[in-house]
Design a protein. Structure first.
Length: 68
């Protein structure tokens, strides 16, 4: 959704419609992607520490090698 929001800004699209399945974290992610700083940013998880997708140096190599 972040890339979609960036593409919309690049193409000068000012309004994005969202489906009934969209939730607050989807809208927050799009806002952050285009440079906004919503108050709800304090609830965003630190994805650098995600067990598989994270980039933190403390993560074990074995976690990075898991294939789904």
């Amino acid at each position: 959704m972040a890339e979609f929001a960036k593409d919309c800004v690049h193409n000068k699209i000012n309004f994005i419609g969202i489906c009934c399945g969209a939730e607050a974290h989807h809208v927050r992610e799009m806002s952050v992607a285009i440079g906004k700083k919503p108050i709800s940013m304090k609830y965003m998880p630190d994805m650098s520490k995600h067990f598989h997708h994270g980039t933190d140096k403390s993560l074990k190599k074995v976690n990075k090698e898991i294939k789904y």
